[in-house]
Design a protein around this ligand. Sequence first.
Ligand SMILES: Nc1ncnc2c1ncn2[C@@H]1O[C@H](COP(=O)(O)OP(=O)(O)OP(=O)(O)O)[C@@H](O)[C@H]1O
Ligand SMILES: [Mg+2]
Length: 296
Amino acid sequence: MDTAQSLDNRDAEAGRTPATQDKDHRPAMQDTPYPEHTVGHPFLDDPKMRLRDVNVFYADNQAIHNVSLDIGKNEVIALIGPSGCGKSTFLRSLNRMNDTIDICRVNGELFLERQDLYDSKMDVVELRARVGMVFQKPNPFPKSIYDNVAYGPRLHGLADKKYDLDEMVETSLRKAGLWDEVKDRLHAPGTGLSGGQQQRLCIARTIAVSPEVVLMDEPCSALDPIATAKIEELIAELTESYTIAIVTHSMQQAARVSHRTAYFHLGRLIEVNDTDTVFTKPEHALTEAYITGRFG
Ligand SMILES: Nc1ncnc2c1ncn2[C@@H]1O[C@H](COP(=O)(O)OP(=O)(O)OP(=O)(O)O)[C@@H](O)[C@H]1O
Ligand SMILES: [Mg+2]
């Protein structure tokens, strides 16, 4: 994408990685007030996920403040912002992974189409199949490649026969761009693969249960550029079938893979716009400060 290219060039010229150095020695942006409401276009018609006034607390510490956002069908939305601004916390609230943290509380309206994610009748195991998650560090189960991918379909009773299961495993590995590399060693341990292959195995495991939404929390941060490029290609292909929300520290990556970008700052959602606008004509001063590297 053009924006990704120009970000690459700008960073190369400045001899820096994005958002880490104050090249122009301009004043710190920390005193810039938050907007009363998120600027840009946080809302959509007929979204896949509808999130309103979401607050997340760890004991008495509020990590997410009144975030309202729609996530569209078949879109890739990038969540960006400085370390500690709440990207992972917000992402985890979208499939109730925060339930696994004792001191964490979530309130607000969080809907997957018409279903309330936090309804007491919601089956959380089923929810996590519909809204799958890929983590920063590849985390294959200590099982064979085949059993990693077959795990979800077995758990959810999606395959009646061995033949069906074989087909699901192959299809998922193909979609994850891993089939050719592993088809002759399906019964070898998943942990024996390279980091990039393990991450694609985790993606295959996630998509094997046909999720509607895939959440990715910095899925490439432990990978080299070649493995990263493969995952980015894969994201572009997956968006034909799924909705993807990806947290990334790399603005080039956000520009390359996403349609919309959401900028978080100290637990607030400052700005949401189409990705090109965020990187070329950000509306809010805090967004601009981040993308021009005045804080990171
Ligand atoms: N398990 C936890 N217990 C208590 N506080 C937490 C926990 N996880 C996150 N926090 C706090 O919530 C805030 C947001 O953290 P979060 O990990 O969501 O940020 P982030 O934007 O993902 O940061 P990074 O880019 O470094 O991954 C931080 O103040 C953090 O200390
Ligand atoms: Mg994080």
